[in-house]
Design a protein around this ligand. Structure first.
Ligand code: C5P
Length: 207
């Protein structure tokens, strides 16, 4: 049998990252948080003195991204998330990151992001699309950023989240949307444990 590939897409702070990590452990495969790739591109563009709106520079950096720099805690900041969402609109940036993601998936993996089921792994064994109400996601993200010591307000987190949702869903290339064969998982009223259990039941039924 070919290695197991699970595609997890969803909105910002829906819980898809934690869910994906837990699913990877459960099924004994690797996990790739693809948002980190875009965050790392944004970090490296800014460190080089470039602009996130400059597609050419960003694509050049994306084509030589170093996977060993993805565990940088700085990538988790709110600022890097917004910058990532800006570099990710450029088609050449997305194209430059495609091969890395496909190679990773080919060995068997859970990948989470925005376009895994639609673009990166259209033949994934199972596709999930994770979402939750905007206010609930903002609350979760607020607590997370506070936990990192960031001095944010709930209002600023909610407005950033609305802006990110809008940008991710309305971009011309690979917009955030469920693949036609994705299973929807709404985590608004679910704890992380409950979300993991629901996902496992769903996946086992498909495999
Ligand atoms: O998931 P995360 O918040 O780390 O993603 C940061 C940004 O990177 C997202 O807002 C999105 O614009 C972009 N992204 C993407 N495609 C992916 C993963 C992330 O466009 N597969």
């Amino acid at each position: 049998k070919t290695p197991l590939t699970i595609a997890v897409d969803g909105t910002f702070s829906s819980g898809k990252g934690t869910l994906s990590k837990r699913l990877a452990t459960h099924y004994g495969v690797a996990h790739l948080d693809t948002g980190k790739l875009y965050r790392a591109v944004a970090r490296d563009v800014l460190a080089a003195g470039g602009s996130v709106d400059d597609a050419k520079t960003a694509a050049k950096i994306a084509s030589s991204i170093d996977a060993s720099t993805l565990d940088d805690p700085f990538l988790k900041s709110g600022g890097m998330g917004s910058a990532a969402s800006k570099v990710s609109v450029h088609p050449p940036v997305r194209a430059a990151l495609l091969a890395f993601q496909r190679d990773f998936a080919a060995k068997g993996a859970v990948l989470d992001g925005r376009d895994i089921g639609t673009v990166i792994c259209p033949d994934a064994d199972v596709k999930l699309f994770v979402d939750a109400d905007q206010e609930v996601r903002a609350e979760r993200r607020y607590k997370e950023l506070r936990g990192y010591g960031e001095d944010v307000t709930l209002e600023s987190v909610l407005s950033d989240l609305r802006e990110r949702d809008h940008r991710d869903m309305n971009r011309a290339v690979a917009p955030l949307k469920p693949a036609v064969d994705a299973h929807l998982l709404d985590t608004t009223h679910l704890s992380i444990d409950a979300a993991v259990s629901s996902a496992i039941i769903l996946i086992d039924a498909v495999l």
